[in-house]
Design a protein around this ligand. Structure first.
Ligand code: SF4
Ligand code: SF4
Length: 111
């Protein structure tokens, strides 16, 4: 049986932090903890009055893949609340098939 995981197309991550908030609320984590943390790099100046940010959501050891939600057939709450629809939950085998069509995507194999 394939592991389950989460794929994130970070190229389109806006850094909105909704995934972090959703995870904390779902699990009752304090503000400085969570199953997902969005790291911001930048701003870097890339032209006159032009700045670039990069965002990378990192899944931590506090992630239980929303076991109670996924047992009911629901998406993990971070995936459900992603404002930019850049997160996808599923079997690692299936998620991996999309990787060569989706550059700047990370795949977390979790359980
Ligand atoms: S899958 Fe659930 S526990 Fe894991 S990071 Fe997302 S919201 Fe948090
Ligand atoms: S909710 Fe989606 S768009 Fe917002 S920070 Fe998390 S991964 Fe990025």
């Amino acid at each position: 049986m394939s592991f389950k995981g989460i794929a994130i197309n970070y190229d389109y991550c806006t850094g909105c932090h909704s995934c972090e908030v959703a995870c904390r609320v779902e699990h009752g984590y304090p503000d400085d903890q969570g199953g997902i943390v969005v790291v911001q790099v930048g701003p870097w100046q890339i032209g006159e009055d032009k700045y670039q940010y990069s965002f990378m959501p990192i899944i931590t050891d506090q992630c239980d893949l929303c076991a109670s939600r996924t047992a009911e057939g629901k998406d993990p709450t971070c995936v459900h609340h992603c404002q930019a629809f850049v997160m996808k939950y599923g079997s690692v085998d299936e998620l991996a098939k999309d990787l060569d069509q989706n550059p700047k995507t990370v795949l977390y194999s979790l359980a």
